[in-house]
Design a binder for this molecule. Structure first.
Ligand code: SRM
Ligand code: SF4
Length: 563
C-alpha cells in the first residue's frame, strides 16, 4: 500500500511552478494577509507571512484580524554583500520594514514587519541591487553557506566561488518570481524546472562549505556539508558529508538532530555533479507523505546510508574517493582584525543575535550605514550572526575603527567569553513557531550567566551558548556547550556537552525548567569546571571527561564512514 502524499505536495503540484494565487492575494485590499496555500508557496519566493504575537490577544479581543506582516529573507551565497547593496538593504529596513536588519544563522539578512503592499516594491528593490530572495525559504536548496573569511588564502576565494556556483546552479528556474515581483512578461509556452520538476523537493535542503580548521558554518548540521581540503594554499577537493540537520519536536523520538556522515572525497571538477546527484536522490527518495520525516537525514536513516551512497554513485557513474584527513578546532568567529593573504585586512565584529538596530548608545544600523558609505571592500555575514568588514587596505583601518567605536560596535573588544559566542534565534514576537523567548531573552540571560561565571573566576572562559525558542533548532542549539531549547513561556530544556567545534551533539541535562532552575543547575557545574578543568579544556569536553555527562552514542558524534 502506498502512503498518500501530504497536502502540500498537492499544493505544489497545482501551483504552476510556484505561482498559485500569490499575485491575486497581494492585490486583495480587504485583508493584510494572503491565503494559507499561497503563504506556503510564498516561502519559495523568500517570504513568510507572520503576525505580531505580542498583539495577537489584544487584536482578537478587539475583533480585528491579526497584525499581519511579512518576513523577507535574502539569498546571499557565502554571505557576501557589497557596500552598494548594504545601503539598499539598510534603506529597506528603515522605510519598508521594522527599522532593523537581522543577520541570520545562515549568513544572510532578514527583514521583519513588511506590510503586504510593500512586499513587491521591496523584492524589486533587492533585485535591482543585484540580489534576490528566490529560494531563501521553501522545499529547495537554500542559501549556500561558506566559511566566512573566504579571502584568507587563494583557495578560500575559490571555495566561496563554489558556494556561489552551487547556489546559482541549484536555484529554481521558474519564471514565476519574475512574473509576480518584477513585472516580468507572462510566460507563453512550457515552464522549465529541470532539476526539481513540478513538486520541488520533499523538504528544505541546506548546503554548507567549511574550510578546516574553522567550522564556522557548522558543516555537520547541513544536509550536504563540504569540507574543503587545502594543501599548500591549493584546493584539492572536498570531503562530502551528508545527512545533517537540527530540527526535532518535543516528545517525538522519531525526530532528532543528526550530524552529517562523511562519505568520501571528490575533486573540484566533480563537485557540481555530486551536489546535484545528492539533491536528486533526495528528491526521488525523500518522504513526501510526512513532512516531519522528509529531510535527508531521515531518508538516510530509513533507507540506509550505504544504499543512498550506492544510488548516488550509480547516478554519478563514478565512485567517491576515500575521505581525506581533516581537523576542525573551532566553530565560532575570530574577532578583531585579521590580515589576508594579499595584504588586505578583515575586521570581524560581534553583533548580538545578529540584530542591527539603533537602540540607546548602540547604533549598529547607522554605524553600518556609515561604514558602507566609505568602505571600498565588501561585507561578509557569518553563520554565527556576526559581520566581517572585509578587504580593507591597511591605511583605511583607523577610519573603520573610528566609525565602529562611535556606534558602539566595538563590543568584541571587551566582552566576556560567554557573550562573545552566544547565538540566539529570532523567536518572539515574529516567529509563529516560538514556544519561548530567545533573542529578546538573551541579554538578560547573559547578564545572569556572566555573574555566575564571574563568581567562579570564569568570566574569560569562552563557552558556546546557544538559545532557541523551540526545538526546530534555528540557532543550531544541539551544537552548543550550553543550550536552552524553548518548551513554553519562560521554560526550557537545558542541554549540555557539545564540543566547541561542531562535531559532537549535546544532551538533555534538565527538562522543562525555568530560569532559577537553569542557574541552579549550572552553578555547581561552573564551580567544578573552575576547579578541575585541564589547561585549555572546553566546558563541554570537561563535562564528559569528568563523568558529569555520559558519553554519547557514536551517531551523535561526527564520523567518517564508508571511506
Ligand atoms: Fe529556521 C523555521 C528562523 C536557521 C531549522 N526558522 C523557521 C521560521 C521560518 C519559522 C516558521 O517556519 O514559521 C523562523 C522565522 C523566524 C522569524 O521570525 O524570523 C526561522 N531559521 C531562522 C533564522 C532566521 C534563525 C536566526 O535567528 O538566525 C535562520 C535563518 C537561516 C537562513 O538565513 O536561511 C534559521 N533554521 C535555521 C537553522 C540553522 C541552519 O540552517 O544552519 C536550522 C537548523 C538546521 C536544519 O535545518 O536542520 C533551522 N527553521 C528550522 C526548522 C526545523 C526544520 C526541520 O528539519 O525540522 C523550522 C521549522 C520547519 O521547517 O518546519 C524552521
Ligand atoms: Fe522560531 Fe523555533 Fe526557529 Fe527559534 S528555533 S526561530 S522559535 S522556529
Amino acid at each position: 500500500m502506498t502512503t498518500p502524499l501530504s497536502d502540500f505536495e498537492h499544493t505544489k503540484a497545482v501551483s504552476r511552478f510556484l505561482r498559485g494565487g500569490i499575485a491575486e492575494g497581494l492585490a486583495d485590499p480587504i485583508t493584510g494577509a494572503i491565503s494559507e496555500d499561497d503563504g506556503k508557496l510564498l516561502k519559495f519566493h523568500g517570504s513568510y507571512q507572520q503576525d505580531d504575537r505580542d498583539l495577537r490577544d489584544e487584536r482578537r479581543r478587539q475583533k480585528l484580524e491579526p497584525a499581519y506582516s511579512f518576513m523577507l529573507r535574502a539569498r546571499l551565497p557565502g554571505g557576501v554583500v557589497t557596500p552598494a547593496q548594504w545601503l539598499v538593504f539598510d534603506q529597506i529596513a528603515r522605510e519598508h520594514a521594522n527599522g532593523t536588519l537581522r543577520i541570520t544563522t545562515r549568513q544572510t539578512f532578514q527583514w521583519h514587519g513588511i506590510i503586504k503592499r510593500k512586499l513587491k516594491p521591496t523584492i524589486a528593490a533587492i533585485h535591482h541591487a543585484l540580489a534576490t530572495t528566490i529560494a531563501a525559504c521553501g522545499d529547495v536548496v537554500r542559501n549556500v553557506v561558506s566559511s566566512a573569511n573566504p579571502v584568507e588564502s587563494p583557495a578560500h576565494a575559490i571555495t566561496y566561488a563554489w558556494a556561489a556556483k552551487l547556489s546559482e546552479d541549484l536555484a529554481p528556474k521558474t519564471r514565476a518570481y519574475h512574473e509576480i515581483w518584477l513585472d516580468g512578461e507572462q510566460l507563453v509556452g512550457e515552464e522549465q524546472e529541470p532539476l526539481y520538476g513540478p513538486t520541488y523537493l520533499p523538504r528544505k535542503f541546506k548546503i554548507g562549505l567549511a574550510i578546516p580548521p574553522l567550522n564556522d558554518v557548522d558543516v555537520f548540521a547541513q544536509d550536504l556539508g563540504l569540507i574543503a581540503i587545502i594543501e599548500q594554499g591549493r584546493l584539492r577537493g572536498f570531503n562530502v558529508a551528508i545527512g545533517g540537520g537540527m530540527g526535532a519536536s518535543h516528545g517525538d523520538a522519531t525526530t532528532y538532530p543528526r550530524l552529517a556522515d562523511v562519505v568520501g572525497f571528490v575533486q573540484p571538477e566533480q563537485l557540481s555533479a555530486v551536489a546535484e546527484a545528492v539533491v536528486t536522490v533526495q528528491r526521488d527518495w525523500g518522504n513526501r507523505s510526512e513532512r516531519k520525516h522528509a529531510r535527508l537525514k531521515y531518508t538516510l536513516d530509513h533507507r540506509g546510508l550505504e544504499a543512498f551512497v550506492t544510488e548516488l554513485q550509480s547516478r554519478l557513474g563514478f565512485a567517491l574517493q576515500p575521505a581525506q584527513p581533516f581537523q576542525f578546532d573551532h566553530n565560532g568567529d575570530r574577532y578583531g582584525w585579521i590580515e589576508g593573504h594579499d595584504g588586505l585586512w578583515h575586521l570581524t565584529l560581534q553583533i548580538e543575535s545578529g540584530r542591527l538596530a539603533d537602540v540607546g548608545e548602540r547604533r549598529g544600523l547607522t554605524g553600518l550605514r556609515e561604514l558602507a558609505k566609505v568602505h571600498s571592500g565588501d561585507f561578509r555575514l557569518t553563520c554565527n550572526q556576526n559581520l566581517i568588514v572585509a578587504n580593507v587596505a591597511a591605511a583605511d583601518r583607523a577610519r573603520i575603527d573610528t566609525i565602529v567605536a562611535a556606534h558602539g560596535l566595538d563590543g568584541y573588544r571587551q566582552q566576556s567569553g560567554i557573550r562573545r559566542h552566544a547565538v540566539a534565534c529570532v523567536a518572539m514576537p515574529t516567529c509563529g513557531l516560538a514556544m519561548a523567548e530567545s533573542e529578546r531573552y538573551l541579554p538578560n540571560l547573559l547578564s545572569k550567566l556572566q555573574a555566575a561565571l564571574e563568581r567562579h573566576g570564569l568570566d574569560e572562559a569562552p563557552i558556546l551558548l546557544r538559545l532557541s525558542g523551540c526545538p526546530n533548532g534555528c540557532s543550531r542549539p544541539y551544537l552548543g556547550e550550553i543550550a536552552l531549547v524553548g518548551r513554553g513561556p519562560g521554560r526550557y530544556d537545558l542541554r549540555l556537552g557539545a564540543d566547541f567545534s561542531g562535531q559532537r551533539l549535546n544532551q538533555v541535562y534538565r527538562e522543562n525548567i525555568d530560569e532559577a532552575a537553569i542557574l541552579d543547575a549550572l552553578d555547581p557545574l561552573f564551580a567544578r569546571y573552575a576547579a578541575e578543568r585541564a589547561e585549555g579544556e572546553g566546558f563541554g569536553d570537561f563535562l564528559l571527561r569528568s563523568g558529569i555527562l555520559a558519553p554519547l552514542p557514536s551517531r551523535r558524534i561526527a564520523a567518517t564512514v564508508l571511506a
